[in-house]
Design a protein around this ligand. Structure first.
Ligand code: SAM
Length: 107
């Protein structure tokens, strides 16, 4: 069921995610965090917009982290994208780790 929801969600929220990424004006070297990255579709887009940057996705669901990492495996292998099991209440990153942050469809 989780995989089906991820599949549907990746399509349903795509326009809003594109609007948010446009509003953030992602630049080549940006270090960008996607909080509640879910299926990880935005991580792929962020990696192409920030070709020399670093992209990190976080979420508290083991299944979503697995799906997002698998979707982005080539970028993960190249150490450009990482997907971390974590909650926004306790992000495991030092201050000033990111230039931009997005959080879309997360309550
Ligand atoms: C509706 S999905 C949205 C996924 C993606 N951001 C999008 O726009 O398609 C909500 C996501 O937020 C994650 N989430 C729920 N509670 C969270 C929390 N406390 N911290 C970070 N992510 C959370 C869920 O695991 C899920 O992947």
């Amino acid at each position: 069921m989780g995989r089906l929801i991820a599949f549907i969600m990746a399509r349903k929220t795509w326009r809003q995610n594109l609007r948010v990424m446009d509003a953030l004006s992602i630049e080549q070297g940006d270090r960008t965090l996607d909080v509640g990255c879910g299926h990880g579709r935005s991580l792929t887009e962020l990696a192409s917009r920030a070709a020399t940057g670093r992209i990190v996705g976080v979420g508290p669901s083991e299944l979503m982290v697995e799906i997002a990492a698998r979707r982005n495996w080539a970028h993960v292998e190249a150490d450009r994208v990482s997907v971390v099991l974590a909650s926004m209440e306790s992000l495991p990153f030092p201050d000033d780790s990111f230039d931009k942050v997005l959080c879309v469809h997360v309550l």
